[in-house]
Design a protein around this ligand. Structure first.
Ligand code: NAD
Ligand code: TDX
Length: 332
């Protein structure tokens, strides 16, 4: 593996992954191919000054653009996606375009070029909700919102390209990820930055939905383990092993920002809101990976990062974001 194409590398997890790979593998070259949608942000990569790293602006849904980028590389890691459930409920067009058609274009290019490995970065949400126990990779998918359905569609195409054409596709299913550089539409950075500004925290429904929180560095190490030790045609869960109710997460953010519970604003629930996500990561753990970040330390470090990096999120929380925020939360 000498040259890696990272698609969607200007987003949250992709940018953390690029930093990690450049630091861990001195001989590796990385091409970051990103459309720079509202969620793509070159500030996420600020400070990377390395001849082994290059950026190409492009759309994976454009077959003519992604083909040559895939040809330049040996390995493809796809992060590019519409990634926010609430936006997929407001309108799913871009989710189908990127998460299904875009992934299809990547697979076609990888098939033509004979790529060494394709890693499709996917999500625990494809399983749907589980009241008790944890999903294993052998369980059927049951996505319940347009975002997760589009991610499941991309995955299934990937597996079909493995079985039909022998394209060496692996799939990862990560839990809710948190850490620096996460776009503040997702609950953790949204609530943290709202709390810093003494603004209400819009908590959906009864606040008892459960998510499994995975620190971004643990997610990146998990992806690296799948790439280097996982098998083509296989799926790997990447769990944080750290399940929390949203209300508990909210109180922790308030504590860390020195705000009171009066900022909590219960609002109408998300349609089709999955109650609980839980995955079993035994398969990846058997390859030597495990989540390392302790929750108390991880959430404290993350909240501190948003407190210390207002330069990063204040720009974002103006412009397009305000329009989205009004649409999503006004009169809710
Ligand atoms: P993000 O929204 O922060 O970043 C997505 C990136 O993809 C952005 O840089 C955007 O510009 C780019 N992009 C979007 N459409 C594109 C297109 N058509 N062509 C090229 N680039 C495009 O997302 P994230 O939270 O970093 O998630 C990355 C991946 O990980 C996604 O595939 C997501 O489904 C998956 N995932 C996310 C989480 C999570 O909690 N955030 C958990 C599990 C899996
Ligand atoms: O304003 C909010 N209020 C609220 O109560 C928002 C934005 C969210 N929530 C709740 C909904 C969920 O139960 O918080 C929980 C987390 O919500 P999100 O941050 O939107 O994440 P989620 O819907 O769980 O999906 C995330 O995890 C899986 C990522 O966005 C996906 O990209 C990933 O695949």
């Amino acid at each position: 593996m000498t040259r890696m194409l990272v698609t969607g590398g200007a987003g949250f997890i992709g940018s953390n992954f690029i930093r990690y790979q450049l630091a861990a593998y001195p001989a590796l070259e990385i091409v970051n191919f990103d459309k720079l949608t509202y969620a793509g942000n070159l500030d996420n990569l600020r400070g990377i000054d390395d001849a082994r790293y290059s950026f190409v602006r492009g759309d994976i849904a454009d077959a003519d653009a992604i083909g040559p980028a895939v040809e330049r590389c040996d390995v493809v890691v796809n992060f590019a996606a519409g990634s926010h459930v609430d936006r997929s409920i407001l309108g799913a067009d871009e989710f189908i375009e990127t998460n299904v058609t875009g992934v299809y274009n990547l697979l076609e290019a990888a098939r033509r070029h004979g790529a060494e490995r394709v890693l499709l970065v996917s999500t625990d949400e494809v399983y749907g909700s589980i009241d008790e126990g944890s999903f294993k990779e052998t369980d059927p998918v049951g996505p319940r919102n347009p975002y997760s359905a589009s991610k499941a569609g991309g995955e299934l195409l990937g597996l079909s390209y493995f079985h039909t054409f022998g394209v060496p596709v692996s799939i990862s299913r990560g839990s809710n990820t948190y850490g620096p550089y996460q776009y503040p539409e997702k609950v953790l950075p949204l609530f943290t930055t709202n709390a810093i500004d003494n603004e209400p925290l819009p908590l959906y429904g009864d606040g008892r939905n459960v998510r499994d929180w995975l620190y971004v560095d643990d997610h990146c190490r998990g992806l690296d383990c799948v790439l280097r030790h996982g098998a083509p045609g296989e799926i790997y869960n990447i769990a944080g092993e750290n399940e929390r109710e949203n209300i508990a997460l909210t109180h922790r953010i308030l504590e860390l920002t020195g705000r009171g519970a009066d900022l909590i604003r219960p609002v109408k629930d998300r349609p089709g809101h999955d109650r609980r996500y839980s995955i079993d990561a035994s398969k990846l753990k058997a390859l030597g990976w495990r989540p390392q970040m302790d929750w108390d330390e991880g959430i404290a470090a993350t909240v501190r990062w948003y407190q210390e990096n207002e330069w990063w999120w204040r720009k974002i929380k103006s412009g397009e974001f305000l329009e989205y925020y009004r649409r999503q939360y006004a009169n809710r």
